[in-house]
Design a protein around this ligand. Structure first.
Ligand code: AMP
Length: 325
């Protein structure tokens, strides 16, 4: 519950040990922020978080932002833990963003548990949780979107038209509202990372983008809030995505340079699990996300498949081996 708070004003992940000399001298941090000595707090309005962030900006506080849709797992917490020692103030947003879901997708059933999220984020060192209602971010007559270009066309963008437009729009709004110095994203969503990096560069956001490694279950399945949808059998077969990517990585290291060959290998492996309904296998440039035909430099192997109602994605970088290394 929200009143069960860590004794540390910075949460159990605290940052007292990582204060810089400059930070240690600060006694005038804005009230209502964890960094001021208060507990983790929740804010639901743009006006409120803006006021806090403006006070932070005046004081030169380095703000870290971790944008999420909630229902936390270790993947989300890894981003907060990365932010904690780097930033004076860690803001975690929780918002199931309606405009990134297509018709017939799982917006209504997407898992939500605010109290549990609050406790986990507080323990991971979050200072402020920004959890606005949909109408706060998208009031009546909301009419302006951020539309990414080529990067949003392939892979997940092909199957989910409008998905990355929804993501770019909400992240742009969060950047404008919170004005973080650093924002944290997971490599798990590799295409999202590429879209956000380019958006930040193209639209001149003054924010550093940190990308954290994919956190996995013991059998390799990438952690995802959607894993909760998996039945027992689906769950046990879903680790095939990771296994297929690992085998592809080994094949590339062993000198396989044909992207078509690697794609076939990944498809065969995933097809070996009868509950897997493959959506795509892409072997692409990590920067442009354009398909490559020959593996001469590092590439990104990205997959998406449905197991029952859970649509899962995963990816891994493959490096050329043999004579190409
Ligand atoms: P989501 O709540 O799914 O929108 O994810 C919020 C952030 O957590 C995004 O930057 C994701 O890439 C990141 N994330 C989700 N799952 C993982 C994971 N298994 N490992 C690392 N980061 C993750």
């Amino acid at each position: 519950m929200q009143n069960v708070l860590s004794e540390s004003p910075f949460g159990a992940g605290g940052f007292a040990g990582s204060l810089t000399g400059q930070d240690k001298g600060r006694t005038n941090l804005p009230p209502g922020t964890g960094a001021s000595g208060g507990a983790t707090t929740v804010t639901r309005t743009i006006a409120d978080i803006r006021a806090r962030m403006e006070a932070c900006a005046k004081d030169g506080v380095l703000v870290g932002l971790v944008p999420t849709m909630g229902f936390f797992h270790e993947g989300h917490l890894s981003l907060m833990r990365a932010a904690r020692p780097e930033c004076t103030l860690v803001v975690v947003s929780i918002f199931v963003n309606p405009i990134q879901f297509g018709a017939g997708e799982d917006f209504n059933t997407y898992p939500r548990d605010f109290d549990r999220d609050f406790e986990m984020a507080a323990a991971a060192g979050a200072d402020i949780i920004f959890a606005p209602a949909a109408a706060e971010l998208y009031p009546d007559a909301f009419d302006t979107m951020v539309v990414p270009g080529n990067l949003a066309e392939g892979l997940c963008g092909a199957a989910r038209p409008g998905h990355f437009r929804g993501i770019a729009t909400v992240v742009a709004k969060l950047f404008n509202i919170v004005r973080p110095g650093i924002a944290y994203f997971g490599q798990k969503d590799a295409q999202q990372v590429a879209v956000i990096r380019h958006m930040a560069r193209d639209l001149n956001y003054n924010v550093g983008i940190r990308v954290c490694p994919t956190v996995r279950e013991p059998d390799g399945l990438a952690m995802s809030s959607r894993n909760i949808y998996l039945s027992k059998d689906e769950r046990s077969q879903a680790s095939v995505l990771y296994e297929a990517l690992l085998e592809a990585k080994a094949a590339a290291s062993a000198g396989q340079t044909s992207a078509a060959g690697i794609r076939r290998q990944i498809k065969r492996k995933i097809a070996s699990q009868y509950l897997a309904d493959l959506e795509y296998v892409g072997i692409v440039s990590p920067d442009t996300l354009e398909p490559v035909s020959e593996i001469k430099a590092e590439v990104l192997a990205a997959v998406a498949a449905k197991f029952g109602r859970a649509r899962l994605i995963d990816s891994m970088t493959l490096s050329p081996g043999g004579d190409n290394a």
